[in-house]
Write a new protein. Structure first.
Length: 96
């Protein structure tokens, strides 16, 4: 059981004196410019350009295929836990 460090009556007494922090917009992830230099990846813009180029070249799809193939050969893929997802797109005026 947690020990009460500050009784409610004492908190009610001091709470009005504590400044309210201004709301800051939340960030999602780390900006490219803030990547730690200790990682040895170069500057954030270089990392961003490589990601973009690799996506355009299909590198990530190739890596995904190679990893799945290797896992399947080693019988490490549990297909009973696989999920297949799909989508349907409306064909306006009978378009293909």
């Amino acid at each position: 059981m947690a020990v009460e460090l500050l009784p409610d009556r004492l908190w009610e007494l001091i709470e009005p004196f504590i400044p309210v922090a201004k709301a800051k917009p939340l960030r999602c992830g780390v900006p490219w410019e803030m990547l730690p230099q200790e990682m040895g990846c170069g500057c954030g813009m270089i990392c961003w350009r490589r990601l973009r180029d690799w996506q355009e070249a299909g590198i990530w799809q190739l890596i995904h295929f190679v990893l799945l193939d290797w896992l399947a050969r080693c019988e490490r893929v549990d297909w009973s836990r696989a999920i297949v997802d799909g989508s349907s797109i409306r064909a306006v005026l009978g378009a293909p």
